[in-house]
Structures are given as C-alpha cells and as structure tokens.
Design a protein around this ligand. Structure first.
Ligand code: NAP
Ligand code: MG
Length: 399
C-alpha cells in the first residue's frame, strides 16, 4: 500500500509518563504504516523542559502558531512532589497554560460517543461540548490571607493619575481576599472563537455567567457576547437555523441536565474547568473526551483531556500489563491530521482521519473495552490491555 503524503507538517508535542508510552505506540501502530508522517517534534517531557529551562514549551507554542496545527501529549504540571522526584531547578508552569496564553485560545471539549456506553444522564442523546475561557479570573488572581485585623480595599490607579478606591470588607486575622481580572480583548477572542465554532459545527451556543450577582464583572462578559452576536453573527446563525442563548449559570446547569445535548456550552474559566469534568464523567470516561484549543486567528491544538495517568505508569514500569484507553489520544491525532488535510486540500489525509476514528469506535462497539470502559459496561467484561486494544483498532482501519 502506498502511504498518504502530507504537504505540510504539524507541530508534535510529546509528553510524560504513561501517555508518552502510548503516544509512541499510536504513531508506530496506527499512523506511520498508513501516513508518511511529517511533524516538527518538540519534546515537552519534564526532563527536557528542565534541560531547556522551559524554552521548549514556548518554542512549541510558536510552532503551532506558525504551522497552524499542533497535537499534544499530556504533560506533568509540576508540584512540590514532582520538583523533588525530578530534581527540578524550578516549579515549571503548566505547559497547557503557557500554550493557551501564547495562542490566546479557547478550549472545546466534546465527548466521543459510542453505542454501548450509555451516558449517566439518560436524556442525553447528542454530545455536549464545553467551551472553556482559558484566561484570567481565579487562575490569574492575587490572593492574600490577613495576618492582622484590617480593611481590604480595591484600588485602581489610572495612568491619568486618577484613583478609585472601593472598600471590600473589614477583615480579621485569618480572613482571606482575592482580586481577579479579565480583559476585553480576551473575552472578545473567546466570544469570537465560540461563535465561529458553533457555526462550523452547526450547533446552538449557550453562554452562562452569574451576572445577576456580579453586575459589572460577569455582566461585561454577557454584553460582549451579545454585542458580537448582534453585529457579526446573527445573520449566519439564523441562516443555519441555530440559536445563541444567554442564561444564568445555575439555570444553564439545570437546562443541560434536562436537555438532549447537541449544544456548545460556553463557560467562564472556572465553570469550564469544573463542568467539562462533570460532562465527561457523565458521558463515560475522561478518556472518551476530545479536546481542541482554537485561537481567534484560526490555529488549532489537539490534545487529550486526561493527564499522564501516573498510577498506571508506575505499574507499567514494574512490568505489569496495563489497560490504558487511548481513544482521546487517537482522536487528538485524527483531529490534527484532518485539520491539516482541510488546510492543505488533502482529501486522502482527511479520509484517513475519518477511518482511524471509525476503527477506534468500531473496536469499542465490538466489545473490545479497556479497563475504564469495562468498569462502566459492567457484566464482568474482561478488560483488554492497551496493546490488545490498539491491535483491534489497527485491524479495523479501512481505507
Ligand atoms: P490523570 O492522568 O487524568 O489520571 C486520573 C485517573 O483517571 C487515572 O488514575 C485513571 O484512573 C483514569 N484515567 C485517565 N486517563 C485514562 C485513560 N486514558 N485510560 C484509562 N484510565 C484513565 O490525572 P492525574 O492522575 O490527576 O494527573 C497525573 C498527571 O497528569 C499530573 O502530573 C498532572 O499534572 C498531569 N495532567 C496533565 C494534563 C494535560 O497535560 N492535559 C491534564 C491533567 C493532568 P484509574 O486507573 O483509577 O481508572
Ligand atoms: Mg478540570
């Protein structure tokens, strides 16, 4: 068989632990026999981030911006224990955070649906995509714990010399305060990414905040979305027969639970962080969730939503056969290759991406289940180890 040729490369960001092992298996077994794979390779393993003083992360983000498409393996975000384990000179920042900031991107997470795993919410028939605003709020907040009693104030020093002071509260020792911010630029990018993604997927867009309580902060988000919708996207939405709806976060949560699914739910940073885990768990497993970071100027980074699966990695290193579900990682590769194909007008590459996804879903629907899925499916199903599952996918790739 002749291999599929790629005109242009994608940025490949390798990672850590169990996902690094499976990453290589996916390439060796499922991609390289079919595609003359062209990537610009960046090693984001914690060892190499340490060695390059994290320069490799910034370089990889720049490569995604330059090439238009990237695919990323899960990476360790160091904490105190990892600093010790890896002998780090510094507690390097989360690579995902660095890349999101560089690309000013929005993360869209969508469950991968198979017919033999039923969502825990019985009414859900279609996937629910969570769009997380990956900038600001509590993730960039300044926090303080009072050591003595005192008064907390919000102070703004204008560059024109003006000053605004708002009292927050009288505090006692041991009380806490937090100051958070967001920018019009970032909220606008987020809103544009969401409207564009809704149009490309032809799905309704919901946006939720708590503007009844946060009358300035959250209200700003609501106004930016509404203005953009009215001025830029309304006509296109109406033409496609899709809807934009603003709703309070609590009523959105209730609405999502009682819906049939099939919408994109745009969330502020914290809401998106939390709700995407709830939605993925309710649809089956974090390993059945596709995730893509979309920048406002149309650059795409595909990844799996889960982490490096540390517990299984230590069992694997001890010589055990482990059962990793590689579905989300496979979909990261298929998503990136399909997008490369779209950008380059490469039909064969797009067809290969479809065939790879179909083979993966086919294996699961034929009952080849990794441990995470076997557990939900119940009925004493014997879980397949990673190699068995990957072989089952490979057998089913039909080009
Ligand atoms: P995790 O790696 O997602 O694993 C949590 C648990 O979920 C696992 O112990 C496993 O549980 C299950 N699981 C996740 N993915 C699976 C898969 N593909 N197949 C089967 N089971 C799967 O999260 P974590 O343990 O909290 O974090 C580990 C490391 O990953 C941390 O260093 C963290 O910084 C990093 N992390 C990276 C990213 C990223 O780069 N995108 C995201 C999150 C976390 P059972 O074995 O109990 O089933
Ligand atoms: Mg989370």
């Amino acid at each position: 068989m002749e291999k599929i040729i790629m005109q242009n490369p994608i940025a490949e960001l390798d990672g850590d632990e169990m996902t690094r092992v499976v990453w290589k298996q996916i390439k060796d077994m499922l991609i390289c026999p079919f595609v003359e794979l062209k990537t610009e390779y960046y090693d984001l393993s914690l060892e190499n981030r340490e060695k390059t003083k994290d320069q490799v992360t910034t370089d990889s983000a720049a490569a995604i911006a330059r090439l238009g498409v990237g695919v990323k393996c899960a990476t360790i975000t160091p904490n105190a224990q990892r600093v010790e384990e890896y002998g780090l000179s510094k507690m390097w920042k989360s690579p995902n955070g660095t890349i999101r900031a560089y690309l000013d991107g929005t993360v869209f997470r969508k469950p991968i649906i198979v017919n033999n795993i039923k969502p825990l919410v019985s009414g859900w028939k279609k996937p629910i995509t969570v769009a997380r605003h990956a900038f600001g709020d509590i993730y960039r907040a300044s926090e303080y714990k009072a050591e003595t009693a005192g008064t907390a104030e919000l102070v703004f020093n204008g560059e024109d010399g003006s000053q605004v002071v708002e009292k927050i509260a009288d505090l006692k020792a041991g009380d806490v305060i937090m100051g958070q911010f967001n920018t019009e630029k970032s909220i606008t990018s987020f809103a544009n990414a969401c409207f564009k993604y809704a149009i490309s997927e032809k799905e309704d867009l919901w946006f939720s905040t708590k503007d009844t309580i946060s009358k300035i902060y959250d209200h700003r988000f609501k106004d930016i979305f509404q203005d953009l919708y009215d001025t830029t996207y309304k006509a296109e939405f109406e033409k496609l027969g899709i809807r934009y709806k603003y709703t309070l976060i609590d009523s959105a949560v209730a609405g999502i639970m009682t819906s049939q699914g099939g919408m994109i739910w745009a969330c502020k940073n914290y809401d998106g962080d939390v709700m995407s885990d709830m939605i993925s768990a309710a649809f089956g497993s974090i390993a059945m969730m596709s995730s893509v970071l979309v920048s406002p100027d149309g650059k795409f980074e595909y990844e799996a939503a889960h982490g490096t699966i540390t517990d299984l990695y230590y069992r694997y290193k001890a010589g055990e056969k482990v059962s990793v579900n590689p579905t989300a990682m496979i979909f990261a590769w298929s998503g990136a290759l399909r997008k490369r194909g779209e950008m380059d007008g490469n039909r064969a590459l797009m067809d290969y991406a479809d065939a790879l996804e179909k083979a993966c879903i086919g294996a699961i629907e034929d009952g080849v289940l990794t441990g995470d899925l076997a557990r939900i499916a119940g009925d004493d199903i014997e879980p397949a180890d990673t190699d068995t599952f990957l072989s089952a996918v490979k057998e089913r790739i039909k080009l």
